[in-house]
Structures are given as C-alpha cells and as structure tokens.
Write a protein that binds this ligand. Structure first.
Ligand code: PMP
Length: 457
C-alpha cells in the first residue's frame, strides 16, 4: 500500500493508545517502515535514532537476526502450547530456570504473562490469594507511590499513581494506596537535605501504614527508577529506609523491573543498583528485547509456599493467561538473555552510560533545563520556566512536547511526560559515537525551541 493510503487507513481504522484522537485525525501517524540497529526509517527513508528504544523496550535495537532465527526455530518445532493444569514445554521451562538463576535475590518460581500490566495484575492477585491462603484475609492492601507507573489494566492502572490513568476510568480499585514520590529535586523542602528527605519519605510511609492498620497492608510496589512518572531516580538510601519500614510490619516488597530489568541501569537489575531485596519481582520489555510480548513475575520461597498451600487448601490458583509462557515468545526471550551474556550488554551499559549521563548533566547550564538525571542508559531533562525557583512552564505551552516534536524533525525519537520532562532510554546496544550523534540532534532541537520561546541565553 502507498504511504498516503496507509496514512488514511490509519486515521480511519486505528484507535491509537495514549493519543489525542482528534489531533491525530488532523496530523496523521508517524510510520516507521523498517529498523536497523538503533534506528528506524520512515516512508521517505529518513533515519531516526530511537532515543526511547520504542517504549523503553527494544534493548537490542531493531534488527537482531538471532531473535528472528530463534522465533523461526520454535515456529517449526512447536508454535503453541500452554502451561495450564500441568502442561508444559521446553522454552517455558528453560526461561523460568534462567530467570531464577539471574534473579537479584534468591527467588523460587516464575509466572509468565504477556505485558507489564498483566504481570502487575498478577502481583495483585498473588498478594490477595496468598493472604487468603494464610488465613489473614484482612491483609490485602497494596501501597504504591504517586507518579509510579505499573500499567493500565484495571488493577495495574490502580497501582499506577498518575491522574490520567485514574480519572475518567473510575479507578483506583479498593485496597490501593499511594504514598509520596521520592523526587528530591522537585519535592524536597526548603533547606531539607537529601538524607532528611529520605527520612521523611520513610516516615510518611510508616504513618500511612499505621493509619491503615499494619495488619491490613500486604505489599508495597515500586519501580527502582520511576519511568513514565518522569524518570525519578531515588535519592541515596531511599530503598533501604523504605524496606526497614516494610520489614517492621511484615509487608512484602515488590520490585517493578519492567523498565529497569535487564541492564538499563548498568546492572542486570535496578534492584541491584538501588539495594532492593524484593519478595516479588515483575519484568517485561527487555526480557525479549520487545520482539515478542512476554512478561514474568518471580516470587520468593515464602510467597510460593503460601500460593502452594492455597492451591491445595482453598482451591487451585485460578489465574493464568492463554499465552502465559508462549513458546515462541519464551524462545525469543531465552535468546535475548543469551545475547546479553555473550555480548556483555550490561557491562556495555555501565561503560557507555556515563557518556550519555555527562551529556545530559552538561545541559544543566542551559536556561531551560532545571534538572538532569539518570543512570546507565536511562535519563531525563526537566524543563522549567525559571531555573532558580524551579518554576514549571504553563502546561498549555507544551514545551516538552515541542522539544520532542522538534527532535523528531532532527531525526531523534524521544518522549516527553507531564511536567515537561524529556526522557532518554535508547537501545542498550548504542555506542559512544551514536550517543554523541543522538545528543547533537537533541541539542539542535533544544536550541530551536529555546529560540522560539525567546528565552534569554
Ligand atoms: N511497569 C512499568 C514500570 C512500565 O514502565 C510499564 C510500561 N511502560 C508497565 C509496567 C506496563 O507494561 P505494559 O505496557 O507492557 O503493560
């Protein structure tokens, strides 16, 4: 089909996720036609560096032949089988074993799903089922955080702490609470040190637990680095303090490693970078380099034992997806993990990440950049109207969106989020020189928008 007909058909037939549909009818889609390395190409052959690896996910870029071959081998052998009621298959078994071997802390068993949202919905159900099995049905509440992002299905969207995902969808569901977001630069009070701030975060969590009643709170869920909430890197010592509170009240720690898992922060897991010891861990995205949908929930021995007890005593664990552990997706995930090891991708991130971080930090002298942050190959710039007082732009100006649109003209795909935060999360295979090219394209875009806003430089 010609690109013009495709464009028309897109407007006519596709209900786009996370899109202003009226605006879409006017402006039409951006269509990627093919991919190569860290780049995608539009219908005119113009190249774009994918500075977000799609949606923080295409870790091996857009043309890894081994993932295609792994999928084709499994297509030939057994394209589908499932894991319900004692059924199993080789890629599903091997992938579970591999994930347990890689886990940041001793884990026991793996449940598979198809997306980050499904993984986190599964977390909610495991937590509920587990406590029913343990005969303490009142211990069910889950504490998440404002600006946390855990997905969009009904329970996962409830865990998410962003108004856009609640308002208009009649969410959250009952039993979900949201505690403060640990964004020190934005929410630290006048004269408050980073340490005082983390003490306050832990104290606020404890107050919430005491107000709810500790025997009603079952779990706490957090991303090591908040992604969609604005790439919020926790301040030093945050997670150890939070976990001390959780331990005191017998509350499970759930790490949502959907973005951070598999090297994004320069280590295999964000939990290792930020000293988190999860009882439950959800992951997705880079598990298969996003080439096929697959996600996983790992649970430790204590959680597994409770679910096992329940399945014997209160009725089998009545939860699972047709495609849980889909054999082709599992085969692609296994190959992805093998490539990470062979090419030492996590060490590569630790080596080249500082180049991207230094380029972002350098921009803190720019008049529009209030804060630059990140670690490894995840980072962000928070754009503000007044740097000295951290005053945000009027959201109606859409300054972050303007920068992202301009970057796209320059051949760089990025994402902006609420608060004029521009995120960077390129494929993990990006090289030093490609990082330099990415930042050069970005700087041209930022300069153009700065000039149009007439900010004194
Ligand atoms: N958790 C986190 C931390 C995420 O970033 C996302 C997606 N961006 C999800 C969960 C939901 O994943 P999915 O879109 O695959 O449902």
């Amino acid at each position: 089909m010609s690109s013009n007909s495709l464009r028309d058909a897109d407007i006519r037939y596709v209900l786009h996720p996370y899109t202003n549909l009226a605006a879409h009818e006017a402006q039409g889609p951006f269509m990627a036609m093919r991919g190569e390395g860290i780049r995608v190409f539009d219908e005119n052959g113009k190249d774009y560096i994918e500075g977000m690896a799609g949606l923080w996910c295409a870790s091996l870029g857009f043309s890894e032949p081994r993932l295609k071959e792994a999928a084709m081998r499994q297509f030939d052998l057994l394209p589908f089988f499932h894991q319900f009621s004692h059924k199993s298959h080789e890629p599903g078994i091997l992938l579970a074993q591999k994930l347990i071997e890689m886990a940041p802390v001793p884990m026991s068993h793996v449940f598979f799903a198809n997306s980050g949202s499904e993984a986190n919905d599964t977390v909610v159900k495991i937590v509920r089922y587990m406590n029913n099995a343990l005969g303490r049905p009142q211990k069910k509440k889950i504490i998440s955080r404002q600006r946390g992002y855990h997905g969009v299905t009904v329970a996962a969207a409830s865990l998410t702490g962003l108004p856009l995902n609640h308002r208009n969808f009649d969410l959250p569901i009952e039993g979900i609470r949201h505690t403060s977001c640990p964004h020190y630069w934005r929410y630290g009070q006048e004269g408050e040190s980073e340490q005082q701030f983390t003490d306050r975060m832990a104290a606020e969590l404890e107050e919430m637990i005491l107000a709810e009643g500790p025997d009603t709170v079952a779990a706490f869920i957090a991303e090591p680095i908040m992604g969609a909430g604005g790439v919020v890197v926790p301040p030093a010592g945050y997670f150890p303090k939070i976990q001390a509170v959780l331990k005191k009240y017998d509350i499970l720690m759930v790490a949502d490693e959907v973005i951070c898992g598999f090297g994004r922060t320069g280590k295999a897991w964000g939990s290792q970078t930020f000293d988190i010891q999860p009882d439950i861990l959800s992951c997705a995205k880079a598990l298969s380099s996003a080439y096929l949908p697959i996600s996983a929930v790992m649970v430790n021995e204590r959680v597994y034992e409770a679910v096992k007890k329940g399945s014997a005593e209160i009725g089998a664990f009545g939860h699972g997806y047709t495609y849980s552990g889909h054999p082709i997706a599992a085969a692609v995930a296994l190959e992805t993990l093998a490539i990470y090891e062979e090419r030492q991708i996590f060490d590569h991130v630790a080596n080249v990440g500082p180049t991207m971080q230094a380029a972002l930090r350098q921009l803190e002298t720019h008049p529009l950049v209030g804060n630059a942050r990140g670690i490894g190959l995840i980072g962000a710039l928070e754009l503000v109207a007044d740097k000295d007082h951290k005053v945000p732009f009027d959201p109606a100006l859409g300054v972050g969106a303007q920068v992202v649109a301009r970057a796209q003209d320059e051949g760089l795909i990025l994402r902006s989020m609420a608060g004029d935060i521009v995120a960077f999360s390129p494929p993990l295979i990006i090289t030093e020189s490609e990082i330099e090219e990415m930042m050069a394209r970005f700087n041209r875009a930022l300069s153009a928008v700065t000039a149009s806003l007439a900010v004194p430089v």
